[in-house]
Write a protein that binds this ligand. Structure first.
Ligand code: BG6
Length: 495
């Protein structure tokens, strides 16, 4: 990339900027993925000198496999290119002054500008309005371009999303807007389309006659870990399920796109999201973690910043129905929770197995009890595995269940798996929109969740308690059983 580029992180002193964005920018810079003429500008409300800002950033820069000597040189060069501008987020005059500082840092020639909005969601609307009024965010896709990146939460429900969408549409064109769901930048999530559509043998079995159910599971061991102020306003359904899990679901359930063009893919994602039956309260189990004897972590209500009577769910399970000819009758079970016994994100596709030919043969478990399951593990330790029944080697005939296993660490030991933010930031710079969410996708995802969220809000019932470090509320099993899903070990997060 040869053109001059300025990357502006608005909200540069926040958690997202410090933990994810600047380290990802550094990784892209150190690996030579950015133009030679690049600079990074942090913009925030705190009064900081450029030097103090650089010191803060330095703590978060990781080198991973870059050799230590070269790493410190690269880090030094990266930090020299980092600037800091103090500005109130909703102050147009502040952005006018900031624009002058930017131009100065660019040597008087306007560079392409990527503006990443890493600020709390309640300032999104005010911030973009002020940027537009001041000329900091010019409308249109002209060159040099200005692109705006925003990240969830995109509203709290369908109505608040519509407000946000209108505020954004009033100031910038769709071509300038990049809505991030960072799960779309994860290696295995990117691989979903490849897996499905580069291996055509999957297509005839990827449907209701061959698949009994799909489980998309997301779990973290830690609780809200210092983010209670944000999390308590949103809860797990809005924080993770409506976005990260629904994005994965749409890639698994969509019809084949006509091409790899961003809109061809996103058209099919929208179509499948629109075919999902909106969730009702009865389709859900919601829980909240509580303290457990011997556990080091606190219960949710004891976390700093959580109101003592909060009924915000930290766990949710939902059964989603996709009303298309391909998926009619196939339940998609989504589970997501914090403070659980495992930390992982995975998709499990369960194929039907009606084989009876070997019913009389010794086996570790009867064949019909073994699901041919395709496991797509997003994290940790990326892996694809297919559970099959095979003859146990040796004399005589004994059957056993085993795995065809593609573990990335073993298969690609020298290949670095880039962080999701690195992939996505580079796509914004290239202008590739395939991994970014279109406005109608978000509207469709909110249509699925809004009725159940409204019912939960109206009921005002406390979520089911589950001990921190446990496998979540036992009610999950009853919900799953209603849809013919009985795999207790899997539901409890067994590997
Ligand atoms: C964020 C959620 O979007 O994703 C967090 O707000 C969650 O609650 C995080 O912890 C998980 O991201 P990752 O990439 O660590 O799996």
């Amino acid at each position: 990339m040869s053109t001059s580029l300025t990357i502006i992180v608005v909200g540069a002193t926040g958690d997202l900027a410090r933990r994810k964005l600047f380290p990802a920018l550094f990784a892209c810079f150190a690996r030579g993925h950015l133009p030679a003429d690049v600079r990074f500008v942090g913009l925030a409300r705190t009064a900081l000198t450029a030097e103090a800002f650089r010191q803060k950033l330095a703590e978060g820069l990781r080198c991973e496999e870059i050799e230590a000597g070269s790493c410190s040189l690269q880090a030094g060069e990266f930090l020299q290119r980092c600037h800091y501008i103090r500005c109130e987020y909703e102050d147009a005059a502040g952005y006018t002054a900031a624009a002058a500082q930017l131009l100065h840092a660019e040597g008087g020639h306007r560079a392409n500008r990527l503006i990443y909005l890493a600020v709390p969601p309640f300032v999104f609307g005010g911030a973009v309005r002020a940027m537009a009024t001041s000329g900091f965010l010019p409308r249109g896709a002209a060159t040099p371009w200005t692109r705006l990146v925003i990240e969830k939460p995109f509203g709290r429900d369908r109505a608040s999303y519509a407000e946000l969408a209108a505020a954004l549409a009033a100031v910038c064109d769709e071509e300038q807007l990049f809505r991030i769901d960072h799960y779309l930048g994860k290696e295995m999530v990117q691989n979903l389309l490849v897996l499905r559509f580069a291996n055509s043998f999957f297509e005839p079995v990827w449907q209701r006659t061959c698949i009994s159910h799909v489980h998309i599971a997301w779990s973290e061991k830690q609780g809200v870990a210092g983010r209670a102020g944000y999390f308590d306003q949103y809860g797990i359904l809005r924080d993770v399920m409506q976005n990260h899990l629904m994005q994965m679901l749409s890639l698994i359930a969509m019809e084949p796109p006509a091409s790899l063009a961003a809109d061809a893919i996103r058209d099919q994602k929208v179509a499948v999201l629109r075919a999902i039956v909106p969730l009702e309260r009865d389709d859900l189990v919601v829980g909240q973690y509580v303290a457990a004897t011997g556990a080091a972590q606190r219960g949710y209500l004891q976390e700093e910043g959580v109101p003592v009577s909060s009924i915000t769910p930290t766990y949710a399970a939902a059964v989603v129905r996709v009303a298309t000819p391909r998926w009619q009758g196939v339940p998609f079970l989504l589970t997501a929770g914090k403070g659980l016994c495992t930390a992982r994100t995975e998709v499990r596709i369960h194929f039907r197995n009606d084989a009876t030919l070997f019913d009389g043969v010794t086996a570790d478990i009867p064949c019909h009890a073994v699901t041919n399951e395709l496991l797509i593990r997003v994290q940790p330790a990326e892996k694809l595995a297919l559970r099959i029944i095979s003859k146990v080697p040796g004399v005589g005939m004994q059957l056993g269940s085993t795995e065809l296993d593609l573990s990335y660490r073993e298969k690609y030991p020298t290949q670095r798996i880039a962080d999701a933010y690195e992939n996505l930031l580079l796509d914004v710079i290239r202008g590739d929109r395939s991994l970014f969410i279109r406005s109608d996708e978000l509207a469709a995802a909110w249509d699925i969740f809004t009725p159940a969220l409204q019912q939960l809000a109206a009921q005002q019932q406390p979520p089911l308690p589950y001990a921190i470090g446990s496998c979540g509320p036992a009610a999950l099993h009853a919900l799953a059983a209603t849809h013919g899903i009985f795999d207790t070990a899997e539901l409890e997060g067994a590997p």
